[in-house]
Design a protein around this ligand. Structure first.
Ligand code: AFD
Ligand code: MN
Ligand code: MN
Length: 429
């Protein structure tokens, strides 16, 4: 356990320096007409859900190298999430993945989460793997399978996820399918999509009034020729066919290299169908690397669209922010901490954009200075704002340093001797 007292003690040694840096940055920003406290307030309000599957060590299709003290079950996963939240102050929601996380006693799990100060974010269904004892196989697809009985089984699983999510207090179901084809001709392109719509409509019909269904697209993998919900166009078509509670979820890793994701974000907001994000970073494909570790400017540009939409009060449902990463060589707790910080960094930078000046430059077609306006915001070192926001939330000024000093990982290694693996999230998806 990382206690409140430990965090306070750790902060005490750093508070004076932070105040100094924050005051200095505050003066700099005031010259630019920005109130630093407003930015810090905005950052302090930022929340991102932790995926239960990311606190265990991930892996590739070649190997997985488990770390010490890995969570053995969903209760251990909650403990790790609580530790991360204690240090970041921004991660009090956990996104479960069924059946990876299927606990026998859902009310007990909910009680445990509440005791730890955690809530449940959207729940994720899994019809991309066969589970032990499962009647029919998803080898050739799930919601789009040619066999109606397989589709019915996949629909039933999704509806069961809604049932479990209701008990836990979740408000959304995220549906990602591995369905697709490895060969041209393998699948009837049009009919597979029609079957998807038919299955998804049955899931949609089971949604409670205050729930949404988040549709996650992915351009390839595990199907390598084509996936059924391969892009935001297919996702949006599905959402519009299903109804207002169906929204599009953008996983940053699920696009072709160099795709302009911030444009996709802007278009989905335009139609009020952006449901949320799975944040991660990538260099080559769906790498599931730590958020902000490869291309922080792209992340900033995504947040720039979000803040811009907020500033003009675009009508889009509240976003479900989540991390979706695979931590193969780092301590997952530390990767999730630093990824959360990178999200807040992008948000703070986006809050610094002078939108009035930018609008004028755009009207004047001053491409160079418009681009500089974004760069000025992006290159500002907002670290003192992020630390101040954490302090405001009762979290750590230096979360990674505090985590190292806490000995949390060593304590987990001692308390969780019989690591049985992370329980999902270690594959290639
Ligand atoms: C997949 C998708 C989806 C899924 C997860 C499982 O991003 O979010 O739930 O990874 O590991 O690639
Ligand atoms: Mn994802
Ligand atoms: Mn993915």
């Amino acid at each position: 356990m990382i206690t409140e007292d430990f965090v306070a003690e750790n902060n005490a040694a750093r508070a004076a320096n932070l105040e100094d840096d924050y005051a200095s940055l505050g003066r700099q920003l005031r010259r630019r007409g920005i109130d630093i406290d407003q930015v810090a307030k905005g950052v302090a309000g930022f929340r991102v859900a932790l995926p239960s599957w990311a606190v265990g060590t991930g892996g590739t299709r070649f190997a997985r190298y488990p770390g010490p003290g890995e969570p053995r079950d969903v209760f251990d996963k909650l403990d790790d999430c609580a530790a991360i939240h204690r240090l970041t102050g921004a991660t009090d929601e956990v996104s479960l993945h069924f059946p990876w996380d299927q606990p026998k006693d859902l009310p007990a799990l909910k009680a445990r989460a509440e005791a730890l100060g955690l809530r449940f974010a959207p729940v994720n269904s899994n019809t991309f793997q066969d589970q032990p004892g499962q009647k029919l196989s998803y080898k050739y697809g799930s919601l789009t399978h040619t066999d109606a009985a397989v589709r019915a089984q996949a629909v039933a699983h999704n509806i069961d996820c809604i049932r479990m999510g209701k008990i836990l207090g979740s408000r959304a179901l995220t549906v990602w399918i591995g369905d697709g084809a490895n060969f041209p001709g393998q699948q009837h392109t049009a009919r597979a999509f029609e079957r998807y719509l038919e299955s998804a409509a049955q899931i949609y019909a089971a949604l409670p009034d205050d729930w949404s269904m988040l549709i996650e697209h992915k351009m390839y993998e595990p199907a390598f020729y084509a996936t059924v919900i391969q892009d935001w166009g297919s996702s949006l078509m599905a959402a519009q066919a299903l109804g207002p509670k169906a929204l599009c979820l953008v996983d940053l890793g699920h696009h072709a290299p160099n795709v302009n994701i911030e444009m996709i974000v802007a278009r989905l907001i335009h139609v009020g169908r952006l449901g949320g994000f799975h944040f991660n970073d990538s260099r080559y494909g769906d790498d599931d690397l730590d958020t902000g570790s490869i291309n922080p400017y792209r992340l900033f540009l995504v947040f720039n669209e979000l803040i811009d939409a907020e500033s003009r009060r675009a009508s889009n449902p509240t976003l479900a922010h989540m991390l979706d990463q695979s931590h193969n060589i780092t301590d997952p707790v530390e990767s999730l901490i630093s990824s959360t910080i990178e999200l807040q960094r992008a948000q703070a930078q986006a809050l610094l954009v002078d939108r009035k000046v930018l609008a004028e430059l755009q009207a004047d077609n001053d491409a160079l200075m418009a681009s500089q306006t974004l760069k000025t915001a992006f290159t500002t070192d907002v670290s003192p704002i992020l630390a101040k926001a954490r302090l405001m939330n009762g979290a750590a000024i230096d979360p990674l340093g505090a985590h190292r000093a806490s000995g949390y990982r060593q304590a987990c290694a001692a308390a969780r001797p019989a690591a049985r693996g992370g329980g999902g999230g270690g594959g290639i998806v």
